[in-house]
Design a protein around this ligand. Sequence first.
Ligand SMILES: [Zn+2]
Length: 94
Amino acid sequence: MKIKFYKNKYIYKKTHLPKEGWLQGCFICNEITGNYELFKKYYDYENKIMLKIYVYLCNKCKNKIARENEIKYKYNNSINEYIKLNNWLNFNVQ
Ligand SMILES: [Zn+2]
């Protein structure tokens, strides 16, 4: 399948920093970070759209997630919840 449109969404904790900046609050601990990682890709096959969800994570929390299953589980749940709440999987919504 050939993708026609790409959408990127970023998840982070709100800080005093501008929304458009490269630095945002780590989703878990709020620390300011420039690191983010791909959480998941979603496809809308009918309209040929690929949606990529990125999450801002500082190195400390990223390591914690990699090491501790319980934290990883909670993290995955809260990101999935966030995606649902923001209605991002309804591809017609901007
Ligand atoms: Zn963190």
